[in-house]
Design a binder for this molecule. Sequence first.
Ligand SMILES: [Zn+2]
Length: 228
Amino acid sequence: MTPLNYLDIHTHLRTHRPDAVVVASMSVEEILTLSSSQKFQCAGIHPWWVEDYKTDEILKLKVQIEKLLSLNKLWAIGETGIDRSSKDTLSEQVSLFHWHLELSEKYGLPLIIHSVRSGSDFLQILNEKKPKSPWIFHDFRGNEKLVKDLLRLHPECYFSFGISLDNSPLSRELLPLVPLEHVFFETDDQKHLDIHDIYLRASHFLNLDVDYLKSQTWMNFRKIANFL
Ligand SMILES: [Zn+2]
């Protein structure tokens, strides 16, 4: 039997090990040129871009993302989100998040979410909007209560772990408390992070085989694909 590939649910990198399948987050350049070289890709306006780009540039990105959607080029929308460490742009981040949310519901695509100290914002939005499309929190750094509250409001929430398994004792403690049917792993923008090592760390903290984790994350991925 050929071994299963590693599923990397969120990456900005463009070089991957041959046995990894990735969901590639498109860069500004890729969005502007509508380049779509990856099998699974997502596009969105990162909350940090609000600071880096002017209003007309953000507008252009929105137009391009809608084009990618109409061309059926995206597996997911994002990353988008709310980052409370960038306070000055908060209201713009929130309104952009709602724009992404509406698109994910309209096209029935998952949302890839960047959340920094914004768990309660997302709970409030779930309460109000009651979305149906899957929500994938990338580099999730919440706590067990937040996981439970999010899943209660939206059973199609998923939680992805990456570099935090290296550098955050809280994330290492949290991972075994998240239902495995809602877990993914990722490299994000970490050039020196190998997805294999993340699975290895997770397998250590969960006391489960790497192969078991691979097959579980593929099951989760297929469940999302079937949902779509
Ligand atoms: Zn990212």
